[in-house]
Design a protein around this ligand. Sequence first.
Ligand code: PRX
Length: 635
Amino acid sequence: MSNYHIKHLEEYYQVYRKSVINPENFWQEVAEEHFVWRKRWDSVLEWDFTKPEINWFKGAKLNITENCLDRHLLTRGDKTAILFEPNNPEEEAQHISYKELYEKVNAFANVLKSQGIKKGDRVCIYLPMIPELAMAVLACARIGAIHSVVFAGFSATALATRINDSDCKMVLTADGSFRGAKTIDLKGIVDEALNDCSCVENVLVVKRINSDITMQKGRDQWLQPLLDKASTVCEPEIMDAEDPLFILYTSGSTGMPKGMVHTTAGYMVYTAYTFKNVFQYKENDVYWCTADIGWITGHSYIVYGPLANGATTLMFEGVPSYPDYGRFWEIIEKHKVNQFYTAPTAIRALAKEKLDYVESHDLSSLKVLGSVGEPINEEAWHWYNDNIGKKKSPIIDTWWQTETGGIMISPVPYATPTKPTYATLPLPGIQPVLMDENGNEINGNQVDGRLCIKFPWPSIARTIWGNHKRYKETYFSAFENKYFTGDGALRDEVGYYRITGRVDDVIIVSGHNLGTAPIEDAINEHPAVAESAIVGFPHDIKGSALYGYVILKETGESRNHDNLRKEINQIITEHIGPIAKLDKIQFTVGLPKTRSGKIMRRILRKIAGNDISNLGDTSTLLNPEVVQEIIENKL
Ligand code: PRX
């Protein structure tokens, strides 16, 4: 029996038991068998959730790019590593072999070095979904620089916040990006952001859309001429197991976005292991994850997990609706995709379109269908199963988080029987528990509670960049000696988990985590706004959409409300990005508050979701009369 590759249910249970009885032995075996180490570890695991401090493979030395690139050269040099499908279907796809990728990453790494980037420096990557994005990530890892990829849909303000928080020395960007029929002026956004970032010394620019941009002398350079001059050999920087590999920002319910720090060895071992098992990847398969590398899904399951397994990973630059709603299915047919990994919001959007878009394509290559980012509702699950998988490809509902680094709860396809809307069973090494509000573990099945993990796994984020205190408070303080996920879950009669959603003020819109506080802060900057509160409400395609309750100042009251709504969404777009725009904005004279002044979001959530039959006791509110007013004026 191999720990590394599970093929049937009985084997899953055996491996799982082993991983729980002796986790250190289990992960040691995985690490020994499948990776290149420059020096072996002194200890497999040292941990203390009270501090919290977690060390995996302490003392080991390695470079993750040696594992993702160099070691495949002999056996897979000509195999396609990255299969790039451009936004425009008329533009040819690129097949970048392991050998080419190796050379390009090395050249890129040499360019970074020549620009003064050293081990431990932070490099912000703000690029569209083009091969240079994956190469940039790997080039940083090659020289031990810490990459911080910011999704290229974020605004200049959001980008500046992230650059400053981690004190990035360099920004890698492009002249612009293609998105369906539109182009986006990425360089312009970077220029605006950098007005507020004194830490950035250099900007390297990829030419993608051939637009006219301004290059700031002494700061900005085109990447290509530098690459042309660079050597294609760059010795990997030898890293400690616990050296940071990257920072990736995720929204919290309050305050600044959190720069989650992932380290090298544990992240590599866990993403490689889970990629192999969750997608049942076989040597000549073509694997496609539709996420953007700007999110954790792209880091772990477009770049590191697949490449550590020598897989062919498809990168798509465009959107599912361009040039029409058949684009995903066309790509699957064209490249004979075997594993397809996407988000419920995409499935719901495509399920609304004519079935012709699906039926005109041959999808028979598919073997595994993945879902990630939010709970997949029953209707979307069945549509995916019936029309895309033709009831033959198991649906892998994968639950995990930016913080967990890799997939935590998921069926192992062809081993774990699937069940609609259930992420099913924990992967080996993952020990989930459900907790009640009083901090007690809920035992048995057919129960629901707050989802925690009681034992460390190799790819858990180690800290929040520059704020270990917040890391401790957010994840390790709600329940003693446990990692708290922020999600609610239920466990059915056979022990399967179903994730029911966030239990905090994070709202997941189209699979993107959005904290309410930063959006409210943005709105409150509008000169006519006195106060605001954001809640989520159910939405057919996005899963949840945002509903804003806004109190205007006297100066705002006399103004045209539709114009104000546009201006409010404009401010949000500027501060965060278009993904955080509100679907509905209701102007109100008050917000329901407790006597201590806290907004009762529960009530606002119910009203926004048309669920006013059971609002609970409102008599203890400071201003109960406002509730009726809000109901009467609901949009
Ligand atoms: O609420 C859970 C939801 O997405 C959150 C994590 O978001 P993020 O850090 O952006 O990472 C998304 C990609 C891994 C979780 O706390 N979530 C993610 N996957 C699922 C899910 N909710 C239900 N089912 C899932 N499969």
